[in-house]
Design a protein around this ligand. Structure first.
Ligand SMILES: Nc1ncnc2c1ncn2[C@@H]1O[C@H](COP(=O)(O)OP(=O)(O)OP(=O)(O)O)[C@@H](O)[C@H]1O
Length: 209
């Protein structure tokens, strides 16, 4: 899994959020995009995910040595982000069952087991709309950690988490398979400063203003 960006740019109306981005992001590594509020971390992640069109440059996805068509790309990626909504009317059990139909879970884990790993067994039959913001964040992260995807994208991963949730995040992000490509948007060093150095890259987005 490799993402290649060449002279990638994004503008909203007349404002360039970033431009001239040249990146090669390859599996087995983590890339954390850092910068102050409003610097473009989320926008860059969304463009790299194919959720937002770019305004300039090219973006190519390669999997197992073959270029991937845009319409197949979503099968290989998961994104957890504060601005993405869960299906609020479903219970957690229903949500994971539904999700698993489209994107299988790693090692074919079953739904009760996943709920247990999210430490949300007590709330498995509660509708997501009644979850607290931290519980919802655990669900989003759990879907990202446990789905069988080669590209895992996490924007502000510990938003709304208490210290136990942050410890849970740390434990699980380190347990991702070694061949995953991990992209993170963050302005909290505690979200990435513990990654094994050899494969961790921290990239300042303001360089592309
Ligand atoms: N849909 C949009 N339309 C117009 N401008 C937008 C849109 N989305 C984001 N922006 C602008 O793009 C810039 C970058 O926003 P972005 O959310 O990517 O920053 P960020 O680095 O993730 O910020 P934060 O740390 O606050 O989450 C901001 O100036 C923002 O106002």
């Amino acid at each position: 899994m490799i993402i290649t960006a060449q002279q990638l740019g994004k503008k909203y109306r007349r404002e360039w959020i970033f431009r001239g981005v040249d990146l090669t992001l390859s599996a087995g590594n983590s890339y954390t995009f850092v910068g102050p509020n409003g610097s473009g971390k989320s926008t860059l992640l969304q463009v790299l995910a194919g959720m937002q069109p770019s305004s300039a440059g090219t973006l190519t996805y390669t999997h197992a040595g073959q270029p991937l068509a845009d319409e197949h790309w979503y099968r290989h990626m998961v994104l957890a982000a504060p601005y993405l909504e869960l299906i609020e009317e479903l219970t957690l059990t229903e949500l994971l069952t539904f999700h698993g139909r489209f994107k299988p879970f790693r090692a074919n884990a079953n739904v009760p087991e996943l709920i247990d790993r999210m430490q949300l067994s007590h709330a498995r039959n509660k509708e997501i709309k009644f979850y607290s913001s931290g519980m919802k964040q655990r669900v989003k992260l759990g879907l990202a950690f446990f789905s069988d995807a080669q590209l895992v994208m996490l924007d502000e991963p510990t938003a709304n988490l208490d210290w136990q949730g942050a410890a849970w995040y740390k434990e699980h992000v380190l347990q991702l398979p070694p061949d995953v490509l991990l992209l993170i948007g963050s302005n909290q060093p505690s979200e990435y400063d513990f990654f094994p150095r050899a494969h961790a890259n921290v990239i300042e987005v303001t360089q592309w203003k």
